[in-house]
Write a protein that binds this ligand. Structure first.
Ligand code: UDP
Ligand code: MG
Length: 339
């Protein structure tokens, strides 16, 4: 005879529903916009009727952002906060957020409300139709300088020419990603990150939604010209080897040209003695030109080599100072890159 032990009767506790939608927002000195961000995200997501979570990643802010995040987490359990130990930059802050998401789909957006949360239902509808990535395409860009628009447009077109990964033109990081895509991106350990390229590289079914990019709600852009140049270099070196091949291309072209020049000089020397071959200035210009070309090529190799050196160090991608709304303490969070 088998004895069946009586099952213990558990008190029925309200089990928190796992979120279906995770919103990840990197925050750098955005204390002024956070309450409005929370309000608008909250309003939009509540109309969708799905459990959701908002993950705010404080990327080394010097203002009150951390305090505001802590207050929001206190007020609403669906808000969770991560404070990085210093400013690691947009791409890494987003990565820290992605590492913490639990939803079946994750939406990335900026804190400054330039990406209107009101577009999210459209993203979610397309995701429900079976798309794995729904990215925002910037139709109009209000409140941005002509310089920013011109450099951005030039950058997207250059990237299209240089890379084999089809990175859609005029898209930012405002996008929805299915769990599968988030997991794929999380498996990419690179330090110099260009998330839009990485998400394109992943593949699956992707589709764009045109939206009007709004002016900043408050505060100022955190992207200086120097940061933009570094970002563009990360994007190019991360997704194209064409610049490295430029040296061979230039080498062959210049060698062919000088081959022709040698033939011409020999010909003139042998058969046309009427004019002596002068050209101190030509020599100087040619030497300077070649010196310049060689240094540029060395510089290009240096850009790649420096990045390779950074990658092989295998430092953790980011460090966490504090977290709000997580069960386990921050010290238990495994730093990424340490394997
Ligand atoms: N940001 C960040 N770390 C940085 C710079 C920016 O987390 O080092 C965040 C910033 O708080 C914002 C988003 O990245 O949520 C986009 O920044 P910003 O609006 O300044 O860029 P822009 O829209 O001008 O390109
Ligand atoms: Mg912005």
């Amino acid at each position: 005879m088998t004895l069946i032990a009586p099952q213990p009767r558990h008190a029925i506790l309200p089990v928190p529903m796992p979120p279906v939608l995770s919103i990840v927002v990197p925050v750098h000195d955005e204390a002024a916009v956070l309450p409005d961000l929370y309000r608008r995200v909250h309003e939009v997501l509540d109309t969708l009727g799905e459990p959701w979570e908002l993950i705010l990643v404080d990327d080394g802010s010097l203002d009150r952002s951390s305090e505001v995040i802590a207050e929001l987490c206190e007020r609403d359990q669906r808000v969770r906060g991560i404070a990085l130990s210093r400013n690691f930059g947009f791409q890494v802050a987003v990565t820290a957020g992605l590492d913490a998401t639990r939803g079946a789909a994750t939406i990335l957006m900026d804190a400054d409300l330039q990406d209107p949360p009101e577009v999210i239902p459209e993203f979610v509808a397309l995701w429900r139709q079976g798309y794995d990535v729904v990215y925002g395409v910037r139709g109009a860009r209000a409140g941005e300088s002509w310089f920013k628009k011109a450099t951005a447009s030039g950058f997207y077109r250059l990237m299209q020419r240089l890379t084999s990964v089809p990175i859609p033109v005029d898209t930012g990081d405002f996008r929805l990603m299915d769990r599968r895509v988030v997991e794929a991106v999380r498996q990419m350990p690179e330090r110099h990150r260009f998330l839009r390229g990485m998400v394109s590289w992943v593949g699956f079914r992707q589709i764009g939604v045109v939206y009007a990019r709004q002016p900043r709600w408050a505060g100022q852009t955190k992207f200086t010209l120097a940061k933009m140049v570094r970002f563009a270099l990360d994007a190019i070196t991360g997704f194209s080897h064409l610049p490295l091949q430029l040296a061979s291309f230039l080498g062959f072209t210049l060698a062919a040209l000088s081959g022709l020049a040698i033939v011409a000089v020999v010909f003139l020397r042998l058969f046309d003695s009427s004019q002596p071959l002068l050209g101190q200035a030509t020599t100087l210009v040619a030497v300077l030109f070649l010196g310049g070309v060689q240094l540029i090529c060395l510089g290009i190799v240096g850009e790649y080599l420096g990045r390779v050196a950074d990658e092989v160090k295998l430092r953790p991608l980011y460090l966490i100072r504090q977290r709000w709304g997580f069960d386990e303490p921050a010290s238990d969070a495994v730093p990424r890159g340490v394997r």
